[in-house]
Design a protein. Structure first.
Length: 145
């Protein structure tokens, strides 16, 4: 068995418009939008009565996509507190950017909050974590020349 490629990463959000604007501000492009529902969608999700809106985003290089989904039903009744960076599960997505200061400023204009600090890591990258909509943590990395 061989994995052929990573196709997309899916993130469930509570405010699809805000999450889309956040990632567009980072430089991703909307590749498509749709709504999904029906028996097959229920079976894939293991839920009943699924109705969701989906936005697909892509980077300029055409690599794997980012899927943002807002479930209109069924509702989720869990804890919505943002998890810390060391909580088990998917915690962040890293994007390599050409100007980390500009990227950080753009994300802050869309509600992004710096998690820790912007640091230089071993003279190879400038790095930081930014928390965005739905508690999503985005790591920004700029190669130090």
């Amino acid at each position: 068995m061989t994995v052929l490629r990573l196709e997309h990463i899916g993130i469930v959000v509570d405010d699809l418009a805000a999450a889309t604007a956040f990632f567009v501000a980072l430089g991703l492009e909307v590749d498509g939008e749709t709504s999904v529902e029906g028996g097959l969608v229920d079976r894939i999700n293991g839920l009943e009565g699924v109705r969701a809106d989906v936005v697909m985003l892509r980077t300029a290089d055409g690599g794997p996509q980012l899927e943002l989904a807002k479930y209109r039903s069924p509702s989720y009744e869990g804890d919505d507190a943002p998890a810390p960076a060391n909580a088990p599960g998917i915690r962040h997505i890293l994007f390599v950017v050409d100007d980390i200061e500009a990227s950080l400023a753009s994300l802050r204009a869309h509600g992004g909050e710096l998690v820790g600090e912007l640091v230089s890591y071993e003279n190879s990258y400038r790095l930081c974590y930014v928390r965005g909509p739905a508690g999503i943590i985005v790591e920004l990395a700029e190669k130090i020349s």
